[in-house]
Design a protein around this ligand. Structure first.
Ligand code: ADP
Ligand code: ZN
Length: 630
């Protein structure tokens, strides 16, 4: 076996040994081995094959095209939809000693000319390009003059109009199959929805190519959901449990306005928070992206417009303050946490109004019936995850065609299973209060008033409508208001109650309420709904989680050497104008702090330290280590 120092010094070894994927992985990226199906995919592409890779966010898709691009002769072309992030990707590649460049419409003319020159001279090994740039005739014909190692189409679900990120420019990519028939095309996405998959295969002419489906589980993400009772208190508790003072966090909000408000109160809490939504101009968006990529413990309050191409590996938590549209989008969003494999957390806050609103939005949309049916089933799958009384991860994975274990050990339900009990009487009381308070005009009241009646509170409105004379007045004093809200939400979730969102949140019983009222249907409720004080469930109860799934304290937080290495990395990153993680991930710094390498040879043995980084940083890192002698 060659020693690490030989590896470091022998520049010609790579060429002599031939471009073996495992060797490239080790020497260039510093990783000891492949993950999941990476090796199989990489060998397929190196041999000239095309295909589609389905892996969850953070599953390790990038290496599936980066390694083959280095193994094959010619230029690797990576189609990436997000200009703002190409810069970081290119910087990360250059840190690994790979000649990478980006071509997109935001480059000024001079920079674009320089990239074209470098391309023409054969000085570029990996080109990141936006789809609109790539499909320009000029670009295509220039590329046709060169040898192309492969085309990688990242975020390939953008090609599908069924997906939530449809990008018309992606349709133009069908030209690749015609113009470069012999060149491997690898499409990659985290969206495994069958319709989207079919679209990608068709649009990119991959019909005869294999689909590589990686395991979808991301076991390091502790997932939880809770009814939204006191949003800010719940978020605060969650952030406290989940953040590690160095990694980032994301709060997904349903509206642009809410992203701004959320960032504002988070800042008032002393956090480094900013917001992001599609209404911001391109420059502001890019600035926000950069700040997110570079800052310690940054919090982004964003709409789902913020997401694709977030490369930061140490996002420690993702919270949603509104119900996502589908399990696919939720998983993609929470999958942005914990890419480094270290513990991460996700919290979903939602309310009955969200569920009703989403149902109404689908019904009221002009989409064709078939699409509505699909959207409805996605939404209902999402509701069943939110309302789960058994392992949430198992329900989630089933949406991706996978069977998880009965008990994942890393979701709030598995960690503290809610008890189910017969809530039929409570449901009947609530439904009958809704029915009896109905106005002669047919109008209904919202939950607030219904609860006043149930709990026997003689408000002005109760008196005005004479609702204190109803037989339901005061029959619900046995339960607290939050408990009643839980009952109402669960009735909405199972479709027995509707919330007229556009009409002051009127509660309207549906057909499904009848059998419950007649005592023909039993209603099982989660006990949590009857006893939980607000903000308890899922609101970040780190104390109950087992150590493995616990929040996100980095193992070495507070270690003087680790902190010194982070400070060194920060200076280095600022000098080079790149994001800190581009230099070394936290996990690498942790390993360095733990093993205290004495020389370059020791350092080269640490996973994540490839040859190029060793050359660049061995001196700096070793100096810091020596300055902190045990
Ligand atoms: P995706 O594109 O699928 O969301 P990435 O390609 O960004 O995921 O990979 C996620 C993280 O996993 C990155 O930080 C990457 O460095 C790391 N990673 C991927 N493959 C390996 C491997 N074989 N060994 C070690 N780390 C890996
Ligand atoms: Zn579970």
């Amino acid at each position: 076996m060659t020693s690490a120092i030989d590896t470091m010094l022998d520049d010609t070894a790579l060429e002599l040994a031939g471009p073996d994927p495992a060797q490239i992985l080790h020497r260039v990226f510093g990783h000891p081995g492949f993950r999941g199906r990476q090796e199989e995919i990489i060998r397929h592409v190196v041999a000239g094959g095309s295909g589609l890779v389905l892996m969850p966010t953070g599953g390790g898709k990038s290496l599936c095209y980066q390694v083959p691009a280095l193994c094959r002769e010619g230029l690797g072309v990576v189609v990436s939809p997000l200009i703002a992030l190409m810069e970081d990707q290119v910087a990360a590649m250059r840190q690994q000693g790979i000649a990478a460049a980006a071509l997109h419409s935001d480059l000024d003319e001079e920079a674009a000319r320089e990239v074209r020159r470098a391309l023409a001279q054969g000085e570029v090994k990996l080109l990141y390009v936006s789809p609109e740039r790539l499909t320009l005739e000029g670009t295509l014909s220039r590329l046709q003059e060169r040898r192309i190692a492969l085309f990688a189409v990242d975020e390939a679900h953008c090609v599908s109009q069924w997906g939530h990120h449809f990008r018309p420019e992606y349709r133009g990519l069908s030209v690749l199959a015609e113009r470069f028939p012999g060149t491997p095309r690898l499409a990659l996405t985290a969206t495994a929805d069958p319709r989207t998959v079919a679209d990608i295969l068709r649009q990119l002419s991959l019909g005869d190519s294999p689909v590589f489906r990686g395991g979808f589980d991301r076991p390091n993400i502790l997932i939880g959901a809770a009814p939204r009772e006191q949003e800010r208190a719940q978020l605060r508790a969650f952030v406290r449990a989940a953040s590690d003072n160095s990694g980032a966090g994301i709060v997904y909000c349903g509206t642009r306005k809410k992203t701004e408000q959320t960032a504002e109160w988070l800042r008032a809490d002393g956090l480094d928070a900013l917001c992001f939504h599609a209404g911001m101009d391109a420059k502001a968006k890019r600035a926000a992206h950069r700040r997110f990529a570079r800052g310690d413990a940054v919090v982004m309050a964003a709409t789902i417009a913020f997401g694709m191409g977030i490369d930061r590996p140490d996002v420690r938590w993702v919270a949603h303050t509104d119900l996502p549209r589908s399990p696919e989008s939720w998983y993609q969003e929470i999958g942005r946490s914990g890419r480094d494999g270290a513990p991460a957390r996700a919290l979903l806050l939602y309310g009955a109004g969200d569920i009703a609103f989403a149902r109404h939005r689908i019904e009221g949309s002009p989409a064709p019936a078939e699409q509505k049916r699909i959207e409805r089933s996605r939404l209902e799958a999402m509701v069943s995850i939110a309302e789960a009384a058994s392992c949430r991860r198992r329900i989630l994975l089933r949406c991706f065609g996978e069977d998880g274990p009965e008990n994942c050990g890393a979701c709030d339900v598995c960690l503290a299973p809610p008890r189910l009990f017969d809530g039929t009487v409570a449901a009947q009381k609530l439904l009958s209060a809704v029915l009896r308070t109905r106005l002669p005009s047919g109008g209904h009241f919202g939950l607030g008033h219904v609860l006043d009646v149930l709990c026997g509170r003689l408000t002005a409105k109760v008196a005005q409508f004479g609702h204190d004379r109803l037989s339901t007045f005061g029959i619900g004093k046995d339960l607290s208001d939050p408990a009643w809200r839980g009952v109402a939400r669960q009735l909405v979730a199972r479709g027995a109650l509707d919330v007229a969102v556009e009409n002051h949140g009127e509660l309207v019983p549906t057909e499904a309420a009848r059998p419950i009222l007649r005592g023909e249907a039993k209603v099982m409720l989660r006990e949590e709904a009857l006893s939980a004080p607000a903000a308890k469930r899922g609101g970040g109860r780190g104390e109950r989680a087992p150590a493995a799934a616990r929040g996100a304290e980095p193992a070495m937080a507070g270690d003087p050497l680790f902190d010194a290495l982070r400070a060194w990395r920060k200076r280095e990153a600022e000098e080079q104008g790149v994001a800190p993680f581009v230099i070394f991930h936290n996990s690498v710094l942790e390993a360095i702090a733990e093993r205290r390498p004495a020389d370059a040879e020791d350092l080269a043995m640490i996973p994540g330290v490839g040859r190029s980084k060793l050359e660049r940083y061995a001196d700096g890192v070793l100096k810091v280590v020596r300055g902190h002698a045990g």
